[in-house]
Every structure is written in structure tokens, then in C-alpha cells.
Design a protein around this ligand. Structure first.
Ligand code: SF4
Ligand code: SF4
Length: 174
């Protein structure tokens, strides 16, 4: 049976995370590290040590914003953003309770919106997210303010190439 490290590396399908020599440049540049339970290079260490449950139960994998700052800073080209994606996938496949439930609802609302139109329709996505999360009233004031300033467009055309969008979703099984 594959170790957790082998499972993660296989799904990353790129630079293996053993290439990390824990210089912490990724963590020093990560804009979300201050809120993380375990910082990015610590997550790598935990994977190397086979701490599957601790990693998959961690809020860190859901708080990562996929900004790729860490990827650009890493001297060894370790793709931490991809690694966090892989860890989220494994957590969902393994039915591990998601620590940051609203972040998962946000991902689902985002993907559902892309699947139906090929691009984001902000009002539709907000409604979708609110219905999924049950969080109806937070951010209302900010939303209204953004709308009044024209930052949220009511109409956003679907992409012309929906055939390709459908093909991508089909190929990924999403
Ligand atoms: S920057 Fe790269 S080598 Fe340094 S700790 Fe982060 S992942 Fe490891
Ligand atoms: S991709 Fe994630 S881990 Fe990397 S710097 Fe951005 S938020 Fe931090």
C-alpha cells in the first residue's frame, strides 16, 4: 500500500515534495500563513512524516488561497498550491469532515457557476453560495456598496465555447 507521501506525490505529478529543504521562503511570503493552523512548510513536513489524519483534518488546506506566491518563491520549484489542491481532493475523496465548511461551499458555488456559464456571474454565484451555506446576511452591506459602485455586474454573458467547458468538466469527473 502506498504511503501518504507517495499518494500525494503521485497526484501532484510534478516535483516531488521531498525536494523541499525547509528554508521556509514559502511560509515567509504566504499572505494567509498568519491564519493557518500549520504553515505551508510544516504541512510538507507532516506529509513526509506520514501524518495523514492531522494533515487532512487541518484547516490549513482549506485556507490556502491558491495565490501561488509560495510557488514563485520556492528555490526547488515545489508546487505548494498544487499540493494544497491535491490535499483538498484527497480529503473529500476520503470523506474527512471539512474543517472550513463555508470555504468548501464557496468552491462548490464557484464551480457550479463556471459549469453553467463558462465564467462567473457574480450575483448568481453569490445567491448560489448563500443558499448552500445558509449564511444569508453577512457581507450584505459590502455587497450593496459594491453594487452601487458598479463593481458587481448583473449581467455577464456566457462564454461562447461551452462545448470546451463541458469537455473539461467531463474529463475531470467534476
Ligand atoms: S520554499 Fe520550497 S524548499 Fe523552502 S520550505 Fe518552502 S517548499 Fe520547502
Ligand atoms: S498558494 Fe496557498 S500556501 Fe501558497 S502562498 Fe498562496 S495561500 Fe499560501
Amino acid at each position: 500500500m502506498a504511503t501518504f507521501l507517495e499518494e500525494v506525490n503521485e497526484k501532484i505529478n510534478g516535483v516531488p515534495i521531498q525536494a523541499c529543504y525547509h528554508c521556509r521562503k514559502c511560509t515567509a511570503g504566504c499572505p494567509v500563513a498568519f491564519a493557518m493552523e500549520h504553515n505551508p512548510n510544516k504541512i510538507i513536513k507532516m506529509i513526509q512524516m506520514g501524518m495523514r489524519d492531522e494533515v487532512l483534518n487541518s484547516s490549513t488546506i482549506w485556507l490556502c488561497a491558491s495565490c501561488e506566491t509560495c510557488v514563485t518563491r520556492c528555490p526547488n520549484n515545489v508546487d505548494i498550491a498544487r499540493m494544497m489542491d491535491v490535499l483538498r481532493e484527497i480529503a473529500i475523496e476520503s470523506k474527512v469532515p471539512v474543517k472550513e465548511k463555508r470555504i468548501l461551499k464557496f468552491h462548490e458555488a464557484f464551480l457550479s457557476n463556471i459549469k453553467s456559464g463558462g465564467r462567473i456571474n457574480e450575483p448568481m454565484m453569490l445567491v448560489n453560495y448563500k443558499l448552500r451555506s445558509g449564511d444569508y446576511f453577512s457581507d450584505m452591506a459590502m455587497g450593496m456598496s459594491m453594487f452601487m459602485k458598479g463593481k458587481i455586474k448583473l449581467i455577464s454573458p456566457r462564454t461562447k465555447d461551452m462545448k470546451s467547458v463541458r469537455a473539461i468538466f467531463k474529463s475531470t469527473g467534476a
